[in-house]
Design a protein around this ligand. Structure first.
Ligand code: SAH
Length: 419
């Protein structure tokens, strides 16, 4: 979601006559697009602002957008006196106002819902992967999560708006569409004739666009998986066989304290439905270790479920107390060193399975999408249908390629283009 916001902000500034620079000392406007999900990300914002302040040209304006802006509000101006703007995740379309009057302080952290989508200028060129938000905010009240506060209640965009943006992105270069939402599979929109659309309808319609070859979505809430959506994995080959479905914990007791509305048995049943619909599907997850009250036994249950499900790729985090959340004031907060130990142990299980899956891909052939140049600047990176990065040598990279995997390690695959 932040990638999407970042691209739209960049496009909006280009529309206003700016161009991108990688050199802070040369920039006329500098902004940090921020995330508030964990405290570490928030802390980094203020140290980065200090560095920018020292390095920037005296007249350059600077500020923050996104969830830390929403969380800090006017406090950000008290912390950094000459900051020029603080714009929340639903008000960054107002940024041009500061260009007209750089001497004002621009503060807007309102939850404007979907207004930004109407105000932003359309992009003129899309990367091969276009992110299309289908909703803003979230109605699930996970007790650890700041998102309902920073991005507000869940509001779904109209089906027509989503399809217009999808079509436009395809027309200006997108080959893969990734639909976005905090609770993407909870998408529901009822039009003025009373017809209700869900995510499966968006996927079905998008699959009709010839130049779109791959479709995916993130991130999903397990109990919002409808049979209609699961069936799409059987009937729609453009939908990639890869799904992020965060479990967070393997302990029913902790899931309840997190206010996740499923237990482990229910989660497993949903996975089984996916495997029946699409036998080659692979799942990724998010985990939180060290949630308040997590005992050794609860944590062991998380390790067990990670092994049992065999996620091919996961994000794992130490629990981070966040303002405006119920878990931050719960008893039995877990000491930092215990969280760290648990994270290392869980990561070793997740990494081993990731390595194993990557190795199982050797000698197989996949349709892959071009992403960019590798670190050395001499090879090219593609993405497999399971989102693994795959490195190839070629003279002329094509947007889509059939690649045979020749070797693999935990972090990436190597392959050769055969078509
Ligand atoms: N709706 C999104 C949430 C985005 S946050 C989703 O379901 O994925 C992405 C991940 O960050 C969450 O899945 C969770 O694993 C992690 N996370 C959220 N709040 C956290 C916190 N307070 N501490 C640690 N990790 C957290």
């Amino acid at each position: 979601m932040n990638v999407y916001d970042g691209l739209r902000i960049a496009a909006m500034l280009e529309h206003n006559g700016f161009e991108q620079t990688n050199d802070v000392t040369d920039a006329d406007i500098i902004l940090l697009n921020t995330c508030a999900v964990r405290a570490k990300a928030t802390d980094k914002v203020y140290s980065a602002l200090g560095r920018i302040r020292r390095a920037k040209k005296p007249n350059a304006i600077y500020g923050i957008v996104g969830c830390v802006a929403r969380e800090s509000g006017a406090d950000a101006f008290r912390k950094i006196k000459d900051l020029n703007f603080v714009l929340g995740p639903q008000s960054y379309h107002k940024l041009p106002e500061i260009l007209n009057d750089p001497d004002t302080k621009l503060l807007d952290i309102n939850l404007g819902g979907l207004e930004k989508f109407d105000e932003l200028p359309p992009i003129t060129k899309s990367p091969y992967v276009a992110y299309i938000p289908v909703q803003e905010g979230c109605n699930h009240c996970c007790t650890y999560c700041i998102v309902p506060y920073t991005r507000g209640p869940e509001i779904s965009r109209s089906f027509n708006d989503i399809m217009a943006e999808t079509m436009h992105s395809a027309n200006v270069g997108a080959i893969e569409i990734c639909f976005l939402g905090q609770n993407v599979n909870g998408y529901r929109y009822t039009d003025k004739n009373g017809k209700t659309y869900c995510l499966a309808d968006i996927i079905r319609e998008t699959a009709k666009i010839d130049s779109v070859k791959r479709i995916r979505f993130t991130s999903s809430y397990p109990t919002e998986m409808t049979d209609d959506l699961i069936d799409m994995f059987k009937s729609e080959p453009k939908l990639l066989p890869f799904l992020n479905m965060p479990i967070q914990s393997g302990s029913n007791k902790i899931l309840e304290k997190m206010h996740r509305q499923y237990n482990i048995d229910e989660y497993m049943q949903i996975i089984d439905k996916f495997k029946t619909a699409r036998p080659d599907i692979q799942i990724s997850s998010d985990f939180i270790v060290g949630f308040p009250g997590e005992s050794n036994d609860d944590f062991e249950q998380t390790c067990d479920i990670a092994k049992r499900i065999g996620y091919i790729n996961s994000y794992s985090f130490k629990y981070s107390p966040r303002p405006h959340t119920a878990a931050a004031i719960m008893q039995q907060q877990i000491p930092e060193n215990v969280k760290s130990e648990r994270l290392i142990k869980l990561d070793s299980i997740l990494n081993e399975r990731q390595r194993e899956f990557n190795l199982s891909c050797v000698d197989k052939t996949f349709d892959c999408l071009y992403e960019g140049v590798d670190k050395t600047g001499t090879k090219y990176i593609y993405r497999t249908p399971y989102m693994q990065p795959c490195i190839v040598t070629t003279n002329t990279p094509t947007p889509l390629a059939k690649i045979c995997i020749t070797s693999a390690n935990k972090s990436c695959l190597h392959g050769k283009i055969i078509d």
